[in-house]
Write a protein that binds this ligand. Structure first.
Ligand code: SF4
Length: 329
């Protein structure tokens, strides 16, 4: 591993100043970054440790809309087990429990989970071409073993998927991300935080290199009673999603008043299913209506040599997640 400088930042302002220098990266739980450094995928000159900064708080705020604020340094395990998170946003708790392993959840932070990089095997293998790791070298996965790869929003430069479960739930829950930088504080809708690969797959998200994620804010909703996170994977734990679905329904008088749906394991970002949500509103929570919404969700999907199974697995997972969320299953 390349030698690097290690500094502990004393404040958010000190972090923002430090990361403005090229070659500097933030480290918190380190559950992805250290792997990337060991394998030579990334080689920063300097790491800024932020673990001791006061950004672990989970709190509720009153205003026009009641919200929950989750500090960027809150641990995944703490968020997953927080009584108010479980009560208000069971979808988030379920998604966090579906991710990684207990040991990793005890180290990984909310901000780090958002910033984790794809697990495309070609990205990690420095002997292989990869436009994300080294722009302009090509994409090893396009003509390679692409079983885990995307079926939505791909480009000729990259077909990788975002690996997070937590982010799929946060995209479904209309969360927004607070970031601080030299120009002050700004907010990014969670669905706009991660990006599609396009011609520049080296960029995973829309946060600038001199900005620090400080917290995630989730507005309260009426989905707590009917939420479900369903993850389909090769083994029952410590595996990334082949397909996952975050489903949340607001059902009143036997009719779906509102719906939220997002998928993981299918795109370069958590894939929110806006059209399928619309298709559910005003309908009865039946298997037929769920299957119809799943068909709507699959419009525009495109498979590659080894991941065509996702074209059947994804709608089946959407239908099943909706059945579980509604209590039909
Ligand atoms: Fe690299 Fe993306 Fe291609 Fe994987 S899919 S090899 S991350 S460019």
């Amino acid at each position: 591993m390349k030698q690097f400088q290690y500094v502990k930042a004393s404040s958010n302002a000190a972090v923002i100043s430090a990361i403005s220098k090229p070659g500097t990266k933030i480290i918190a739980g380190g559950t992805n970054l250290v792997d990337l450094m060991k394998r030579g995928v990334t080689a920063p000159d300097r790491l800024v440790d932020i673990t001791h900064l006061p950004m672990k708080e989970i709190s509720e705020t009153m205003g026009n809309v009641m919200t929950m604020s989750i500090g960027a340094l809150a641990l995944n395990s703490v968020v997953a087990e927080h009584p108010r998170v479980k009560e208000m946003f069971p979808l988030l708790s379920m998604a966090l429990h579906a991710g990684a392993s207990p040991q990793l959840r005890n180290m990984a932070t909310v901000g780090g989970n958002m910033m984790q990089r794809t697990r495309c095997t070609y990205f990690y293998d420095t002997a292989m071409p990869c436009n994300k790791r080294e722009p302009g070298t090509g994409c090893g996965a396009l003509g390679g073993i692409n079983r885990m790869h995307a079926i939505f929003g791909t480009s000729e430069k990259c077909i990788a998927v975002h690996p997070s479960d937590m982010c799929v739930a946060l995209a479904a829950l209309d969360a927004k991300v607070e970031v601080s930088g030299p120009k002050g504080t700004r907010y990014i809708m969670f669905t706009d935080f991660h990006r599609l690969p396009g011609l520049t797959p080296q960029f995973d998200n829309t946060v600038a290199s001199n900005e620090l994620i400080t917290r995630v804010i989730i507005p309260t909703n009426n989905f707590a009673k009917h939420s479900y996170y369903l993850k389909v994977r090769d083994r029952q734990s410590y595996a990334f999603a082949l397909v996952s679905v975050a489903a949340a329904l607001d059902i009143e008088g036997g009719v779906i008043k509102d719906a939220r749906l997002a998928m993981g394991g299918v795109a370069h970002k958590p894939w929110r299913l806006f059209d399928a949500e619309k298709a559910l509103i005003g309908k009865k929570p039946t298997e037929e209506n769920f299957a119809h919404a799943a068909r709507v969700a699959m419009q525009g999907a495109k498979a590659y040599k080894y991941n065509a199974f996702k074209l059947k697995l994804a709608p089946a997972t959407i239908t099943e997640a909706l059945k579980q969320a509604s209590g039909l299953a």
